[in-house]
Design a protein around this ligand. Sequence first.
Ligand SMILES: [Zn+2]
Length: 182
Amino acid sequence: MITCPNCKQTLPPSALTCQFCGADVRSVKRPRFERDRISGASNAAGAGLTPEHIVQVWIALGALWVLTIIWGFVFGLSIIPARFGGQLSGGLISGVVVIVQILRLGGAVTFTGRMKVPLTAINGAVWLGVGWCVLGLVLNGINIATAGSSGIGYVVMDVACLLVHSGVFWIIKRAEEDGLLP
Ligand SMILES: [Zn+2]
């Protein structure tokens, strides 16, 4: 729903003119899919996504996000302590890994379930994941540099992890524009 700037009546989001006072309402802010429809835009990335599509993409990205966290547990617990266990306590690092992944999981699960939580908490969990993926890239880069190409698969996972997190940021922005936040 949009509001006529002239007479303040509520109008359907597809309205081009106000049915009450006749004012031109094409410039009124409205969900992006309606803007795209009205302006004829169809080539922009994500144009033409219906609200149903946006929610489906949201949930799919959420599921992928959870997968990156499962991977984070496996990678973090199996590789990081092994690599740095000689320098720092493996138990301490494992503890940090578990706490980071639990925080990420909290964000990802509430996101995927479209639960109503402050957006800053979700964004914080996404940024934590971005930091985690970058850390993985650095550690795996060291691995490859010191032990040959055995870490290529891990690097692919880290890049996929960053892509998923970018997707989550993108869909949050899209949902916000279209008023589709939980
Ligand atoms: Zn009006």
